[in-house]
Design a protein around this ligand. Structure first.
Ligand code: NAD
Length: 531
């Protein structure tokens, strides 16, 4: 619920007291309870941690990918052994339902499995063939050397999957990692740090809690930033990374469109819209945020969507399947969703179910941050709900005449994270995918790319820079490449290109090149007259 004035005043007092003690407060969005007070890690402490981690990193990298994989697989086993506790912690701090939290365990374990099994192969040095006559005698090697210290700065919507999914490949690559989790959901990450110690992991992974100031201090210390969060913060980090001349990968916000064509399977498309739009209460970067439905199927689609959305169980649960849609992560998030719905209604949209903060079906206001599944129609692109990231359980549906109109509207956005297309014709779906200005398209599905390490998850436009996962690239992006050249023959004292310069040497060099690449008699011989 949006807080009363007295509650907000009490929150502000709690926050001030905590700040005075160098702490910050963690609340459960389910009922507003204060569940922890954690340390705000200061810049000096971040600097000390960075020095410790750097000192341990060289040995971690030297021990090789097989050794590192064994540690990560032990961490994976720890995650599985502590599953119930981790699920409780994710639910406590994020307000997710049990099944949405369980998705994070499965997805994280999959990422570790994928990269631990392949790290050795991906990190093998390459030996390209020499190209060009002048270096024909050289042996060439391209090796991958980890960025010594990687900073993973993560958001609150996936307290386990994003921190672990980004840190695990970095550790496997040979980097040391500082993880700065969101101040809204730091408890799961703290457990992860504890898990690393419990499985005997060396001092190459630390979790530093704090607010944005701690995140900024991390960016100031590391050699590579892996950031996931809002476009606004991503821009600030990109500026700082440019000043420090360090690489960064930015996974940012989205406004993902879903296109439903006349030939789509109706029930499947409705199911995709519901799960894609409401998973995690719609607080997923790749959530279905706007739906374009072709004329011929529109009325049936909307009727069924409303019926099923209104029937979803909204609330908290302790057992998977107890509820379908959980709490929002914070009152601030509820306020954004409310403002988007109010703006849409003021501009002529109609709410067909949901639409007001609070638990679905509850008569009286309840504590906690709740907003029910909400279907909106008669929407257009003048409305915030179709233009800005809502990050909530809203399903705004717009009628379109045909494929071309759907594509044009889908592309009418400053974001470009991902999209989905529902059609009975896969080739048609693939054709449409190539016209969409987004980093990923799921045909007759939603989110699949997010849990597919073999393909990259990259945001186009304001949705990001770089990509996570993507097969070998998901590991190699945490590395610098190093080229090594060596002579394959006994080293002559006088290399062809070195001093002293003499006419005879110059002609010989030119002859070698022309013999290798010159076509036709004139080009093969003309060097004689020019040098
Ligand atoms: P946010 O940008 O507010 O915060 C993200 C993290 O950055 C937090 O840990 C925060 O403490 C830290 N931070 C804040 N200011 C900082 C600074 N100046 N320097 C360094 N760190 C700083 O984002 P959020 O509200 O936590 O997350 C929600 C956003 O994340 C949404 O926009 C969502 O779309 C996006 N997201 C994107 C992806 C993706 O893969 N593209 C995945 C999940 C979430």
């Amino acid at each position: 619920m949006v807080r009363t004035t007295e509650q907000s005043a009490q929150d502000a007092v709690d926050d001030d007291v905590a700040r005075g003690r160098g702490q910050f407060v963690v609340r459960s969005p389910v009922d507003d309870r204060v569940v922890a007070r954690l340390r705000e890690t200061g810049a000096a402490e971040v600097q000390r941690a960075a020095a410790d981690l750097r000192a341990a990193q060289a040995e971690w990298e030297a021990l090789g990918p097989g050794f590192r994989a064994r540690h990560l697989l032990r961490l994976r086993d720890w995650v599985l052994d502590n599953e119930a506790h981790l699920l409780d912690t994710i639910q406590l701090e994020s307000g997710k339902v049990r099944q949405d939290a369980a998705f994070e365990i499965t997805a994280s374990v999959d990422v570790i499995n994928y990269y631990a099994r392949r790290a050795e192969r991906y990190l093998q040095p390459g030996h390209p063939r020499p190209h060009g006559a002048l270096i024909a005698s050289k042996a060439l090697t391209v090796s991958h050397r980890a960025h010594p210290l990687v900073g993973v700065v993560s958001p609150w919507n996936f307290p386990l999957f994003i921190p672990l999914g980004d840190a695990a490949p970095a550790l496997l690559a040979g980097a040391a990692v500082i993880l700065k989790p969101s101040e809204l959901t730091p408890l799961t990450a703290v457990e992860l740090g504890r898990g690393w110690q419990e499985v005997g992991g060396p001092d190459v992974f630390r979790v530093l809690t704090g607010t944005g100031a701690t995140g900024a201090a991390v960016v100031d210390q590391v050699d590579y930033v892996q950031f996931t969060g809002s476009t606004r913060t991503g821009r600030a980090i990109a500026v700082r990374a440019a000043e420090r001349l360090i690489p960064c990968s930015l996974e940012l916000g989205g406004k993902d469109p879903m296109i439903v064509l006349d030939d789509a399977d109706l029930e499947h498309a409705v199911g995709g819209a519901l799960w894609g739009g409401l998973f995690g209460s719609g607080q997923t970067c790749t959530a279905v945020e706007r739906i374009y439905v072709q004329d011929g199927i529109y009325d049936r689609f909307v009727a069924r969507l409303v019926e099923r959305a209104a029937g979803l169980r909204h609330g908290t649960d302790a057992v998977a399947g107890g509820s379908e849609v959980g709490a929002m992560a914070s009152d601030a998030q509820v306020a954004i969703v409310s403002s988007h719905v109010e703006d849409a209604v003021a501009r002529g949209a109609r709410v067909l179910t949901g639409g007001r903060p609070g638990l679905a079906g509850a008569d009286a206001p309840s504590s906690g941050s709740w907003f029910p599944p909400t279907v909106l129609v008669d929407v257009d692109h003048s409305m915030l709900v179709m233009r800005e990231e809502t990050f909530g359980p809203t399903l705004p549906v717009m009628r379109v005449a045909d494929e071309d109109e759907a594509v044009a509207l889908a592309n009418d956005s400053s974001y470009g994270l991902s999209a989905s297309v529902f059609t009975g014709d896969r080739r048609r779906g693939e054709r449409i995918a190539r016209r969409l200005e987004v980093g990923a398209v799921n045909i007759n599905d939603v989110f699949t790319n997010v849990i597919s390490p073999p393909v990259p998850m990259s945001g186009w436009r304001s949705s990001g820079l770089g990509a996570r996962f993507g097969g070998a690239q998901g590991l190699l992006r945490y590395c610098r490449t190093q080229a090594v050249t060596a002579s394959r023959v006994a080293t002559p004292a006088d290399e062809l290109l070195w001093y002293p310069y003499r006419p005879g040497k110059s002609r010989l060099a030119a002859r070698v090149v022309r013999l290798a690449v010159g076509r036709g008699r004139r080009r093969l011989t003309s060097s004689r007259s020019q040098r």
